[in-house]
Ligand binder design. Structure first.
Ligand code: UDP
Ligand code: MG
Length: 344
């Protein structure tokens, strides 16, 4: 319905070509490379991250941008981001409304990256930026994804190394996609891979799996993972378990199949046991075969198995519920150097 208000706002409609012009300017300024670094309380390493990324990216002789994603930091990181943007407008920043976790922070970065090739890197400098030129060379050679393979890991506990190694091997075994062993999120992705990832709306995101799922030409570059530059790991055991569950449920039905497998196994065992009992009754002694304790243990054991299977179904169901709710993946609090922030 046309009201006097809308006709009054006509002049602003006439000035609409403006966004098109700025879109063109944006297009012209588009850098070749985007480096995305998600960060959660990384104030002590930020300046060093910028220094090293700048050094490496300048050496490529091409245009680049560094997109910092503040994932609900409670320290000085946002102020430092503003300062870096002030100093060098190739540094752009997004502050999420709270801590959403690494996977979502990276997604926010991908949504705002403009480069033809996008590089994901940890803000704690565990992934040395100096490896990026090697990745770029592989990209130039025609590969769409160049992932970092962790050769050696310096300064990590044996527990972390052992659990990570076990995790990658397990995932490799039971998922439908081939996620390369010993890779992290340090990787370069071609624009078409980034667009494919952005088109995947899932709430529980396991990016490494999603990147593998996309396919195209993927190749690894081996590097030595350094110790953290400053601060401590932001991944608690709880976050790691959740991450593992997301990985397994997102890419495999194996746990669900396990439930049917256990069902068949115990049904077969009980059928065999029934035959044995009948045989013993017919041809053997009349004495009761087993005592109360055995019965109790068997009942509790099967009860336990059933609850575990229910729990497995619950893990999938909860994730289905997350998808159905279809909430935005993240909310943005504020940005630096980003003209059109995407909502989700
Ligand atoms: N990180 C994040 N949100 C989180 C947890 C971590 O953005 O909820 C960032 C963190 O600041 C770092 C990167 O993700 O830049 C990797 O995290 P971290 O170094 O703690 O993990 P680790 O290297 O120990 O696996
Ligand atoms: Mg780290």
């Amino acid at each position: 319905m046309i009201t006097p208000e809308t006709s009054k706002s006509n002049p602003s409609i006439q000035s609409q070509p403006q966004p098109v012009r700025s879109a063109l300017a944006w297009e012209l300024k588009k850098p070749v490379y985007t480096v995305i670094a998600p960060l959660h309380n990384e104030q002590d390493g930020l300046a060093e991250l910028y220094r090293r990324v700048k050094l490496v990216m300048d050496s490529t002789g091409e245009t680049w941008e560094l997109v910092l994603v503040n994932d609900g930091s409670t320290d000085d990181s946002p102020r430092l981001m503003a300062e870096l943007h002030e100093r060098d407008d190739r540094v752009r920043g997004i502050s999420l409304s709270r801590n959403y976790g690494f996977q979502v922070a990276v997604t926010a970065g991908l949504d705002h990256a403009q480069g033809d090739a996008v590089i994901l890197i940890d803000a704690d400098l565990q992934d040395p930026p100096e490896v990026i030129p090697e990745m770029i060379a592989q990209w130039r050679a025609g590969h769409d994804v160049v992932y970092g393979v962790r050769g050696e890991r310096e300064g990590e506990t044996w527990f972390k190394k052992a659990s990570a190694s076990l995790f990658y091997r397990l995932i490799h075994r039971i998922t439908n996609v081939n996620i390369p062993v010993d890779t992290g999120d340090f990787r370069l992705m071609d624009r078409r891979v980034v667009e494919a990832i952005r088109a995947m709306p899932e709430r529980n995101r396991f990016l490494r799996g999603m990147v593998s799922w996309v396919g195209f030409s993927q190749v690894g570059v081996t590097y030595t993972r350094s110790p953290r530059f400053a601060g401590t790991t932001k991944f608690t055991l709880r976050k790691m378990v959740r991450f593992g569950l997301d990985a397994v449920t997102g890419f495999s039905y194996f746990p669900l199949q396990l439930a049917s497998f256990l069902g068949f196994l115990f049904a077969s065992i009980s059928a065999l046991a029934a035959l044995v009992v009948i045989g013993l009754r017919l041809f053997g002694s009349n004495a009761p075969l087993l005592g109360q304790a055995t019965t109790l243990v068997a009942v509790l054991f099967l009860g336990g198995i059933q609850l575990i299977c229910l729990g497995i179904i619950g893990e999938y169901l909860g994730r289905v519920y997350d998808e159905v709710k279809a909430r935005p993946l993240y909310l943005i609090d504020r940005t630096w150097g980003i003209s059109t922030p995407k909502g989700a």
